[in-house]
Design a protein around this ligand. Structure first.
Ligand code: C5P
Length: 220
């Protein structure tokens, strides 16, 4: 571990999408690449943090120097986060599926049966809200993300209060911004102190500035 302001601090980062099984060979997921979460893990390691990196099946490899915990489903991700506690901070950058298939089949569903299947869903746990609202052992700093396409600040401000996290990093993902799949991101950091508008910058730069802000909050 490198020397740096976060030396001795343990930070949990979630990243990537989750995959929710339909049967042993099929799943439901989303287009998260894991790029922003990976950049955050890397930036925290660079400041000396001990990082537990809980990741769904992402397109990009996990950063070097973290403790990687690979999961597939939201339920597994919550379990992994809880097992990684206690921590000084938690950053929830994963794109967790809101729903899972209520009863995944234990063997491959066969087309030959002639029936078209109907899927019913169950709600997944909200990992950010669960950890933010822990009465015992809550990390002192909990950071969530909010990808929005309209009324970015208003929606993200409401989300911060609803979930109970300390900071929300809100980003505008409307198509015109090119955020999805792109290398740049335009974010607003919402906390008790109000709204900070950050200029459009590389996702790596967003991660570095966020890691610095986390160091400032944990170390002063
Ligand atoms: O509600 P929404 O999905 O927009 O919230 C986004 C934030 O909540 C992100 O930080 C995401 O990682 C987190 N989240 C979570 N568990 C869920 C859904 C979202 O941790 N089931």
């Amino acid at each position: 571990l490198s020397d740096g302001p976060l030396k001795g601090k343990r930070v949990i980062v979630t990243s990537g999408p989750t995959q929710e099984p339909i049967d042993p060979v099929r799943y439901i997921s989303n287009r998260s690449s894991g790029a922003q979460g990976t950049a955050i893990g890397k930036a925290l390691v660079a400041l000396g943090a001990e990082v537990v990196f809980v990741t769904g099946p992402a397109d990009v490899p996990p950063p070097e120097g973290v403790q990687v915990v690979r999961v597939e489903t939201a339920v597994q991700m919550l379990d992994a986060v809880q097992a990684a506690l206690p921590a000084d901070a938690a950053v929830f950058a994963a794109a967790v599926a809101d729903w899972r298939v209520a009863q995944a089949a234990s063997s491959k569903m066969k087309k030959e049966k002639g029936e078209i299947p109907t899927l019913s869903f169950a709600e997944n746990p909200d990992i950010l809200a669960t950890v933010s609202q822990m009465t015992k052992g809550r990390p002192p700093l909990v950071v969530g993300f909010a990808a929005e396409t309209d009324n970015v600040i208003a929606h993200a401000t409401a989300k911060r209060l609803r979930k109970g996290c300390d900071w929300i990093v809100a980003n505008d993902v409307s198509p015109a911004t090119g955020t999805f799949g792109g290398t740049q991101n335009t974010v607003h950091v919402i906390s008790d102190d109000g709204v900070e508008d950050w200029p459009k910058m590389a996702k790596d730069a967003v991660a570095e500035r966020l890691a610095q802000r986390i160091a400032g909050a944990l170390v002063g």
